[in-house]
Write a protein that binds this ligand. Sequence first.
Ligand code: GTQ
Length: 365
Amino acid sequence: MGQQEPQEQDPEDLLELSDDTRSLLESNDLRPLWEVEDDLGNESEGLEADIWKWEDIQAAIDGIERDVPIADLPPGFQRRVAVPLNTGGYDNAISNTIYVGVQTVSPGETAPSHRHSANALRFAIDGSEDMKTVVAGEEFPMKDGDLVTTPQWEWHDHVNDSDETATWLDVLDLPLVLDSLNTRQAFENHELERQPVTKSQGYWESQYGRARPEEQAQEGGIPGPFQGDREATPPYRFSWQDTLQTLRQRAENDEPDPHDGYSVSYVNPATGSPPLFPTMSFRAQLLQEETDPHFHNAVDIYFVIEGEGVTHVGDEALEWGERDIFVVPRDAIHHHEPDGEAILLGMTDRPVFESFNLYAEAEPQ
Ligand code: GTQ
């Protein structure tokens, strides 16, 4: 018999498994790698660049406030919040790690006390001295631009003793904890609507100043049922007045970062270094000039504190103004172009990547 002509082989045919092997795999919930590898990384769609204009958010939260008193909310978080959703296939948050929401509390209302496994912070948008978020026994006033931490497993309630509706940005690591890590949330309601105020104002800040007790007020370790070796973030208020002062000093004296402008990081007061939380990092950025394009695998979410401008993300131009919220997806080439001077609150999940030596950033070639 003569030799057969070599045939063009379909690579799939070479990998044909016998019926026996196939049924052995299937009946034991096994699959060969070459069949699963295209499915790796496909479990969720990618994030998309997107912007929420303040005027639309404001109209929505006004409507929710008109329609629903906090006291009528069903069991659960019991917070009156409008939540931006990423259009890349997400129905609960702006990204797959960080959640932001815009919360309102009317005069005389209280968002009742609870605690949970997720880390949270508030950035006051329309606040006042008499709008207080109570965290770990202390009342923290929420004046415009103040940033108040409500760390993992600390009791917190929001009490509006002013005569104006208060509005702020909530930022939590909920999607990371609940969806990406797919774990159940530890959650508890306080027996009282308002937790007892047991500390005088300024207590928590005083314990993390330049002169501080040798033994931290917060007993070593992480509160609640959790374990880990990261230094716990204390309850803390970063006053906007101080943060703005630091930004101005930098702009007057230092060189801007090519990607972030004049940028300051909110540090974990216990360590004096970023990140503020093990899962999320925050910075205030003063932009005076166009920044250089770069990209990285961490997601960036921005809240516009002051000013106007455009952030270019790939081919898209996100045009922003005061109080808008926008998101820059992972791996997207982006840069900022302020119109005059602008100040942004930048939020990122970069510490999650850094924890696993996975953070990467580069400038386009
Ligand atoms: O204020 O404690 O937007 O628990 C989502 C969950 C706010 C809060 C949110 C929460 C809170």
